[in-house]
Design a protein around this ligand. Structure first.
Ligand code: AP5
Length: 228
């Protein structure tokens, strides 16, 4: 039986909205397992696995990787020990069938979603942000932006001194395709979670610390309500 205070969360929002940036902060605040499908896939690519090889072709085009690859990976991941007291899904679900699969997997485990957190930002701002994103080669959760949130020393991660790199899919044409895929396939989930009474929306144009404060306050309230 799930504990009453378990926080099971989804981060929704377009590419570049700040899902990864916020997830890294919220993970620490609430002791949640941060599960990023993008990071899991990029790690498979870096390890040269068959799954990584298949996924890379889709990722480089800005398309979704097929559901049969993703769904099994996530269903197994949320059952692992570190996710049993709560998880933060970043980048999943991304379409109707992934949302159904998650719902069914949680029901089988006698668990439920606590909230879907939507971080929203207009498309043009996203293109600018992603074109200047840099990520740590050692830990992809360490994320920077050359103009808006630069590292102290150019090209070097503040947290562990490792090199910063640009993601292969952060080229303008690919960014625009990712945004199109988001609007066609992922954005309809906003209505789905709203109808389920789970949606919480946040203005992602504010600076990262402010967005974090707003989400943290909403989650603290939610956790208190879950404990009642
Ligand atoms: P994924 O890695 O999930 O990418 P994404 O959803 O496109 O999101 P991003 O990581 O680009 O952005 P983010 O919202 O995390 O923003 P971030 O915090 O980095 O997916 C990549 C690919 O994998 C997909 O295209 C697909 O092919 C595949 N894939 C993944 N999941 C899948 C699934 N479920 N099904 C099928 N395929 C899947 O911030 C962005 C930048 O903005 C950074 O530089 C940051 O410093 C800056 N920033 C953040 N917040 C702010 C702020 N408030 N103000 C100013 N700048 C900010």
């Amino acid at each position: 039986m799930a504990q009453v205070s378990e926080l099971n969360l989804i981060l929704l929002g377009p590419p570049g909205a700040g899902k990864g940036t916020q997830a890294e902060r919220l993970r620490a605040d609430f002791a949640l397992a941060h599960i990023s499908t993008g990071d899991m896939l990029r790690s498979q690519v870096a390890d040269g696995t068959e799954l990584g090889r298949q996924a890379k072709a889709y990722m480089d085009r800005g398309e979704l990787v097929p559901d049969d690859v993703i769904v099994g990976m996530i269903v197994q991941r949320i059952e692992q020990d570190d996710a049993k007291d709560g998880f933060l899904l970043d980048g999943f679900p991304r379409n109707d069938s992934q949302a159904h699969a998650l719902e069914q997997a949680l029901q089988r485990q006698d668990r439920h979603l606590s909230a879907a957190l939507l971080i929203d930002v207009p498309d043009e701002e996203l293109v600018r942000r992603l074109s200047g994103r840099r990520v740590c080669v050692k830990n992809p959760a360490h994320i920077y932006q050359v103009e808006l949130d630069p590292p102290k020393h150019e090209g070097v991660c503040d947290q562990d001194g490792a090199r910063l790199i640009q993601r292969d899919d952060d080229r303008e044409a690919t960014i625009r395709r990712r945004l199109q895929v988001y609007h066609e396939q992922t954005a309809p989930l906003i209505g789905w979670y709203e109808r389920a009474g789970l949606l919480r929306s946040f203005d992602g144009r504010r600076d990262p610390a402010e967005v974090h404060d707003h989400i943290r306050a909403a989650l603290a309230t939610l956790r208190l309500e879950e404990q009642l």
